[in-house]
Design a binder for this molecule. Structure first.
Ligand code: CUA
Length: 340
């Protein structure tokens, strides 16, 4: 583990870490400047204007508009500069870029379970390539955790029943600390791990060395059939009782209550766990809830399968699989025939 040239400041190893540090130094600098100025002036005045005789009466002060304006406007401008700069860094940090590689993170007492979109799984380790944007899609199986990589200056709560995201682009190969930063029970302090940043070629090598695992999209496709989703949500709407799901992810959905929602992770999750909350226009609220029947990991897999259902009908992220599951259309048609 490398150390930084300033004590107590972790290594700076992502595209945002320099910006976060600059803002932090600015805040500390302003604070230090005024602390020193006020204490210095205070000590100086205490000595200079000390009472010299027992019955001394000071000259009254009438006040000054000029002075009052000055000491209102200057702090206002300083405060606004902190706000504007902070907001700019915050926006950049909290909006994952569209072209980022997705990595799923599931927190659980007391470990981090990580799965890459190509299927590789890791526990308490996250391998990433240097210079590529990585988006973390995070959820928890039990209580509130918090995924914190100090060297990247990123940190976000990981909540049960909800997805949170954060992103980074590592700039320096190396091994960095990964912490749980929310007290989550007895072994909270042991819920730590490493982020291993590798050269892209080295990373691809690592990825292919672990390639035997099933991608989340393919696992999701199997769940889609075993849970019976396919009988209503056939790939091309064959089921008829539920809306078809091809190309649905990220699109706008028109609801029975005349509202429109975007079919994002939160909407799909809600539709699985509480299907009658937002029913698509033209359909009846007949879908049973799957709350408690799918684990957070399985939910991620189903999500990932639905995401992979592009208009062409071919899972985008599916690893090369057997011919039978090469296209979801073929795979989903078969069980439906069996069912009838
Ligand atoms: Cu998980 Cu603290």
């Amino acid at each position: 583990m490398q150390t930084s040239w300033i004590p107590f400041i972790p290594e700076s190893a992502s595209t945002v870490s320099g910006k976060v540090d600059a803002l932090y130094f600015y805040l500390s600098g302003v604070t230090a400047f005024f602390t020193l100025l006020i204490s210095g002036v205070l000590i100086f005045f205490v000595i200079k204007y000390r009472r010299r005789t027992a019955f001394e009466i000071p000259r009254p002060i009438a006040g000054s508009h000029k002075l009052e304006t000055l000491w209102s406007v200057i702090p206002f401008l300083i405060a606004m500069s902190m706000f504007a700069w902070g907001a700019q860094v915050y926006f950049e940090n909290s909006r994952p870029p569209k072209n980022a590689n997705e990595v799923y993170v599931v927190g659980k007492q007391w470990m981090w379970k990580i799965q890459h979109s190509t299927g590789q799984r890791e526990i308490n380790e996250l391998h990433v390539p240097v210079g590529r944007k990585i988006k973390l899609i995070m959820t928890s199986e039990d209580t509130i955790h918090d995924f914190f990589i100090p060297a990247f200056r990123i940190k976000a709560d990981v909540l049960p029943g909800k997805y949170t995201t954060q992103w980074f682009e590592a700039t320096k190969p190396g091994t960095y600390h990964l912490f749980c930063a929310e007290y989550c029970g007895m072994n909270h302090s042991g819920m730590i791990g490493s982020v291993i940043v590798m050269q892209p070629a080295e990373f691809d090598n690592w990825l292919s060395g672990n390639a035997s695992q099933q991608s989340p999209a393919v696992a999701g496709q199997q769940l889609f059939q075993s849970l019976g989703c396919v009988s209503c949500h056939g790939a091309n709407g064959e089921g008829g009782r539920g809306p078809g799901l091809v190309g649905i992810f990220g699109s706008k959905v028109f609801l029975t209550n005349n509202q429109t929602v975007t079919a994002d992770e939160a909407y799909i999750r809600e539709s699985i766990e509480n299907p009658s909350a937002k029913v698509v226009s033209g359909f009846s609220p007949i879908m049973p809830t799957f709350q408690g029947q799918v684990t957070p990991e399985q939910l991620i897999q189903i999500m990932s399968y639905i995401k992979s259902l592009q208009a062409t009908g071919t899972p985008a992220t599916a690893a090369p699989a057997s011919k039978a599951e090469a296209t979801p259309a073929a795979a989903t048609a078969t069980p439906q025939l069996n069912r009838k």
